[in-house]
Design a protein around this ligand. Structure first.
Ligand code: SAM
Length: 278
């Protein structure tokens, strides 16, 4: 009998994929964790029924959330990743020569363990105990409260603004991120779909631009996520991603390149209007 898995992207819209096999299903202290093998997306992680990442298209999200901020900063050395339990963001961050250390603070140890077992191509840097990497299992919000003038780049690779990730979408959190960054630091956060999460994007843009002098939204095409187009928002103290010099990666990438670094910030009018509050 056919088995299908549906993610309810809005109350009226579901993305349904045919499942070959359920590889893991468990309940952590924070959320329902599952890994299934699907026909379209290959192995994929879901948390509380929400699709998080898949071996089919994970490179798009992870290259774009890591390389855009890391190539905006001219010399990033100390990097923090909040969330990102599948390991994809840290896998990309450690590839930058200038980066000396990557700390990762993920609240849910079960996500890390399960991804190491079932999604090894995504969690490769965690499996290898990469020498640049330090993993802490704990709350990213609390970690940020204690940090000051410490990081060049912070990558907030969080799940949706419900459950343990809710506090990562608040003004208070962005103020702590500002405090945790060095004088020329910058951060990026995944900010959901410009089609289905417009009020969230508008609120985040408003909150971040009230704290950071430079706030920029960029887009990437990611089939797994609602609407197939995903947004990311950068808050920066000094460097503007739209005028950062183009630098060709010294390693292979499948989506990101020096032209994407520029074109990702070219926004359709409906997104511009969203950000200007019209
Ligand atoms: N690429 C994904 C997406 O956009 O759906 C995000 C993937 S990653 C698996 C998100 C991670 O953030 C989850 O593993 C979750 O446990 C973690 N997380 C949520 N709230 C957190 C918090 N307060 N501190 C640290 N990690 C958190």
């Amino acid at each position: 009998m056919d088995l299908w898995l549906t993610e309810w992207q809005t109350p009226d819209l579901g993305l349904k994929t045919r499942v070959k096999k359920t590889l893991f299903a468990g309940q952590s202290d924070f959320q329902k964790v599952s890994v299934v093998d699907s026909e379209q997306f290959g192995r994929m992680l879901t948390l509380d029924g929400v699709f998080q990442t898949s071996v089919f298209d994970e490179y798009i999200y992870h290259e774009m959330i890591a390389h855009v901020p890391l190539y905006t900063h001219p010399n990033p050395k100390r990097v923090l990743v909040i969330g990102g339990g599948d390991g994809g963001s840290v896998r990309e961050a450690v590839r930058h020569d200038s980066v000396e250390s990557v700390e990762m603070v993920e609240i849910d140890g079960m996500v890390v363990d399960v991804c190491k077992q079932y999604l090894p191509e995504i969690s490769a840097a965690l499996i290898q105990n990469h020498p640049k990497l330090t993993l802490k299992i704990g709350d990213g919000i609390a970690h940020m409260r204690d940090a000051e003038n410490r990081y060049d780049v912070i990558i907030v690779d969080c799940s949706d603004p419900i459950g343990p990730g809710e506090g990562l979408f608040t003004r208070g959190f962005f103020q702590d991120v500002h405090k945790a960054l060095k004088a020329d630091g910058l951060f990026v956060q995944q900010t959901e779909s410009p089609f289905y999460h417009q009020s969230l994007i508008r609120k985040l843009h408003h909150d971040i631009s009230g704290i950071f002098p430079i706030t920029r939204l960029y887009l990437a095409q990611i089939p797994l996520y609602p609407g197939g187009t995903h947004s990311f928002t950068i808050g920066s103290k000094q460097y503007d991603p739209m005028t950062a010099p183009s630098r060709k990666p010294l390693f292979d990438t499948r989506y990101y390149n020096e032209n994407i670094q520029k074109s990702a910030f070219v926004l359709p009018n409906m997104v511009r209007e969203l950000l200007s509050g019209r």
